[in-house]
Design a protein around this ligand. Structure first.
Ligand SMILES: [Zn+2]
Length: 693
């Protein structure tokens, strides 16, 4: 064998180094480094490590409390029964199916979360637990690729009822398998996912009208695009696209399923009345529309089909300006009828069609009957993350932040163990009338209401991957929390930096460049949230920008060297917020925010003898902020003097009284972050308070 020349030997070494580096990369939650339309590229999950503060504590709690708890419940035969369903499908044990039709997704989202955590901790025992559940999933798959214990264990025929959620559970399997492969390097679960996707492709590719309803809860679209990104097999991208194109194209089909519309031209429940590209309004079930739009944004990143992006922009504006709560909640209705503008400005309620867990009419945002399932908000976060990657525009990161800190984190108890499925903005305590999935106390998932806990867990377990992106110009910093980034710029240069902050309680963020490979200048871009005014940016103590504009990125380009320090100061005064006056339910009321956090008042924080409904805020209220490390997992309280309107005993007529009969007195109140509500007894709670101008 001839001896290689010196240059060939160097080339071999360079290639080996590249392959070693490529093999060690995980590419992040969405692998968009090669996506033609992704302006911003994900960094690796392993490149970011929490060090201190709010998110380090939540990650540790997820690792130590939530992950084991959700495993314990999933494998409890009397409670979750989720592992048992797959074990029975695998022929490992005997028994009956139990739980919701989407119980398998509990296991897939648990597995995805476990992969994120194990990548950060390298816990050998958790790694073995992951291996064991992958083995069960592999055995539960049918020989032709189909996998859904909710039908196979019961001996039910496939694709008989869209509510059986077969494509939903398989969609989450595809996503979990991509993450598992990228973080472990193993191919066993990825092989299962490819076989599943091949089966789904073969089954649905002909677009049999009888199957049109089945991609109802469309996690399969995001899963298929991620599988394409992971394997390079374009068939999976084609599959995502035909599911998107199929939506809203079944006019005249007339087929009905349980939970489906009686209308012959499709239902707004699952955005199946009008094709996505022609849609002008956000309609229907919040998990369905957010997953659909997130999947469509994924598809756009790969294909560059502008008609999709134009529709997504239109729908984003409709949602954010007319249909979203101040907390980021996106499903006001437990059950309702869709509202549509058939002509400009003329809104019609379609009584023949019904929706649940979703959107109703524009500006229709009730507080005490709000549904706001945590999964809907998580879907919205995923959609906005993809829009941010496509555009690099801060408004999308702003929505992620608003949603995460408020109507996503509100879904979990501060101890990391109990959950709320719905996230209303007003609660009447123990007398609150429960609607559909409401519960008085935070509770454990079991054989119902299982989707949100694991969805929330995988979001927190991977949140460190949403902090940074890279592009040709440098490093983008979207979100704040104490961490170390030790990764690679788009040009291949290694960069290490440390972010120190007490965000979201304090708006000062300090970033120190620890190491940078030699080369030319590049930019560090820091998001200045839309709520921030008079933000300041300094480098090595010298002012760079004194008036950073809220809702944009502040860019600093220079030849960075180790030891450089960037400091961003985001003033966090207490802000009293009014809503669009067209929202009837919040007229003459204010919400209170500080930084990204929406606050609420709980009756437990009122002086004894004060009736909750009598409390209002003076428009010129003076606020004090006090951080309490030992309260509700550590929160900053807002303290002020509120006005209590007492009614006089005389001149009542039923529930009404003359306006001159009201008198006011001042009381001291504390407000807590909304996400921490319902963690002490079961108080009354409100986000919106009447204001005295
Ligand atoms: Zn859910």
């Amino acid at each position: 064998m001839p001896k290689p020349s010196k240059s060939t030997a160097i080339l071999i070494l360079v290639c080996a180094a590249f392959l070693a580096q490529a093999a060690s990369r995980d590419y992040g939650v969405i692998k968009n480094q090669d996506s033609p339309q992704a302006k911003l590229k994900s960094v690796d999950l392993k490149d970011v490590r929490w060090t201190e503060g709010f998110w380090a504590e939540r990650f540790a709690q997820t690792r130590d409390v939530t992950l084991p708890k959700l495993w314990e419940l999933a494998s409890d035969p009397k409670k979750g029964h989720a592992i048992q369903n797959l074990r029975i499908a695998a022929g490992i044990e005997k028994g009956q199916f139990a739980g919701t039709h989407w119980q398998d997704a509990w296991v897939y989202k648990w597995l995805e979360s476990a992969c994120y955590i194990n990548a950060a901790t390298g816990d050998k025992e958790l790694g073995e637990q992951i291996d064991r559940i992958v083995d069960v999933i592999t055995k539960a798959q049918q020989s032709d690729g189909y996998i859904a214990s909710q039908t196979t264990v019961r001996g039910w025929p496939r694709f008989q009822n869209a509510h059986n959620h077969e494509l939903y559970t398989m969609g989450h399997l595809l996503t979990a398998a991509c993450i598992h492969h990228r973080l472990t390097g193993q191919t066993k679960l990825l092989d299962v996912a490819c076989k599943t996707a091949d089966y789904v492709y073969e089954t649905f590719e002909g677009r049999d009208p009888k199957l049109a309803e089945f991609p109802r809860n469309p996690s399969i679209i995001m899963g298929a695009v991620e599988l394409y990104r992971t394997t390079g097999n374009k068939k999976y991208l084609d599959m995502a696209n035909f599911f998107i194109d199929w939506r809203g194209s079944r006019y005249g089909n007339g087929r009905r399923n349980a939970w489906s519309s009686p209308l012959k031209n499709g239902s707004d429940l699952n955005q199946n009345w009008r094709p996505l590209r022609k849609e002008t309004e956000v309609v229907g079930h919040a998990v369905f529309f957010t997953y659909l739009y997130a999947g469509a944004a994924d598809a756009y990143m790969e294909t560059g089909d502008k008609t999709l992006l134009t529709a997504l922009e239109r729908l984003w504006t409709d949602l954010v300006t007319r249909k979203m709560y101040v907390t980021g909640g996106v499903s006001p209705e437990h059950k309702s009828h869709p509202a549509r503008s058939f002509e400009p400005g003329k809104l019609t309620i379609i009584v023949g069609d019904s929706i649940h867990e979703g959107i109703s009419a524009p500006y229709e945002l009730p507080n005490d009957t709000a549904y706001n399932e945590t999964c809907g908000q998580i879907g919205n976060l995923m959609w906005n993350w993809r829009m941010l990657a496509i555009t690099g525009e801060a408004r999308f990161a702003d929505i992620m932040e608003r949603t995460l800190y408020n109507s996503i984190l509100s879904g979990i108890e501060v101890d990391g163990e109990g959950w709320s499925y719905t996230n209303p903005l007003r609660w009447h305590g123990s007398e609150h009338v429960l609607r559909s999935q409401d519960t008085h106390k935070r509770s454990y998932p079991g054989r119902r209401m299982i989707c949100c806990p694991t969805n929330l867990m995988r979001t927190v377990a991977s949140w460190h991957n949403y902090l940074y992106s890279v592009d040709g110009s440098g490093l983008w910093v979207h979100h704040y929390g104490g961490n170390v980034f030790d990764g690679t710029l788009a040009d291949g240069r290694k960069l290490k930096l440390t972010q120190q902050t007490d965000y979201p309680w304090d708006g000062r963020v300090r970033i120190t460049v620890d190491a940078i490979e030699s080369g030319g200048p590049f930019s560090i871009l820091l998001r200045v949230p839309g709520w921030a005014e008079n933000a300041k940016l300094t480098v090595n103590g010298r002012a760079v920008k004194d008036d950073c504009t809220g809702g944009s990125y502040a860019r600093v380009e220079r030849k960075w060297v180790a030891g450089d320090v960037v400091e961003l100061e985001l003033p966090m005064p207490v802000r009293m917020i009014v809503a669009d006056p067209r929202i009837e339910q919040t007229r003459n009321q204010v919400a209170v925010m500080r930084g990204p956090i929406v606050y609420c008042l709980e009756s437990i924080d009122l002086p004894k003898g004060t009736r909750f409904e009598d409390v209002c805020l003076p428009a010129d209220a003076k606020w004090k902020v006090r951080h309490e490390r030992d309260l509700l997992g550590g929160v900053s309280l807002l303290k002020t003097k509120a006005l209590v309107i007492d009614k006089t005993a005389s001149q009542d007529i039923g529930g009404y009284r003359h306006v001159s009969d009201v008198q006011g007195r001042y009381v001291d109140i504390n407000m807590i972050p909304y996400y921490a509500w319902n963690n002490r007894e079961e108080p009354q709670m409100t986000v919106w308070l009447p204001v005295r101008w």
